[in-house]
Design a protein around this ligand. Structure first.
Ligand SMILES: Nc1ncnc2c1ncn2[C@@H]1O[C@H](COP(=O)(O)OP(=O)(O)O)[C@@H](O)[C@H]1O
Ligand SMILES: [Mg+2]
Length: 252
């Protein structure tokens, strides 16, 4: 679905993504885990041409994306970020309808799509369609953000720490919901950035671990846990296990 070949991004002397090779298969839920500044957001933004690589090639269904029109490309790629950015003066329904309207869908098709998506994110249309973003909780707003990104049925969804600003309990709910959404939509490819190791391993069918602009390891959660690729990955896992150990102590 997505392939990166020797992709680098530099700002002046500073290389922030360093000769990355990566293949993401259709239907995967790939999580990208890494410390702050490791190049996660830069990689994601290069996938939908919000940023151009300094070197290398990015392929979307075997086509070099530098030959695709950025606007068309972005319509095939949903994008959800932490600062949801719902339009405050528009209702939930109007927010979800933004891209379908741009694409010139007729009214009935748009209305049916809104009902379908609100059911998918478990905010029934009869209760939520006419509300404004300010009348929703943070978690509900984030779900509407997901529905809006899904509206035109993109093949790929990119998520950049979408639950970063949400409390732990709601966050755990949202994780379960997003996993269910991915499973209920066949062949949708999700790429999801997080700096939370639990989130990365819980959600990912595969996990990418990044450090200083490079991919340290890319494998299933199980394979990484059983066989950390290098010292950095090992340290990450050990630290997480120690934290878990602390929690268990608290409940003894
Ligand atoms: N426009 C820019 N100019 C210079 N450096 C940048 C720019 N954008 C990002 N960077 C740097 O690139 C590195 C990677 O950033 P980013 O991809 O946002 O990291 P992450 O999402 O993993 O936290 C950081 O060190 C950041 O400071
Ligand atoms: Mg980032």
């Amino acid at each position: 679905m997505i392939e990166l070949r020797q992709v680098s991004k530099s700002y002046g002397e500073k290389t922030v993504v360093d000769k990355v090779n990566l293949t993401i298969e259709k239907g995967e839920f790939v999580t990208i885990l890494g410390t702050s500044g490791s190049g996660k957001t830069t990689i994601l933004k290069m996938m939908n041409r919000l940023l151009e690589p300094s070197e290398g090639q990015i392929l979307f269904e075997n086509q070099d994306i530098c030959h695709l029109n950025p606007v068309d490309l972005r319509r095939q790629i949903g994008y959800v970020v932490q600062q949801i950015g719902l339009f405050p003066h528009m209702t939930v329904a109007e927010n979800i309808a933004t891209v379908p309207k741009l694409l010139g869908w007729d009214k009935e098709r748009i209305e049916a799509r809104i009902v379908e998506l609100l059911a998918l994110i478990q905010l029934p249309a009869q209760d939520y369609a006419k509300r404004y973003p300010k009348d929703l909780s943070g978690g509900q707003q984030q779900r509407v953000g997901v529905a809006r990104a899904l509206a035109a049925n993109p093949d790929v969804m990119l998520f950049d720490e979408p639950f970063g600003a949400i409390d732990a309990i709601t966050r755990s709910d949202l994780q379960v919901q997003l996993q269910r959404i991915h499973q209920s939509l066949t062949d949708k490819t999700f790429v999801f950035i997080t700096h939370d190791i639990y989130e990365a391993f819980k959600l990912g069918t595969k996990v990418i671990i990044m450090n200083q602009g490079k991919i340290c390891q890319y494998d299933t959660p199980k394979a990484i846990l059983n066989n950390p690729g290098n010292g950095f990955v090992e340290k990450l896992i050990t630290t997480a296990r120690q934290q878990e150990g602390l929690l268990e102590m608290a409940y003894d």
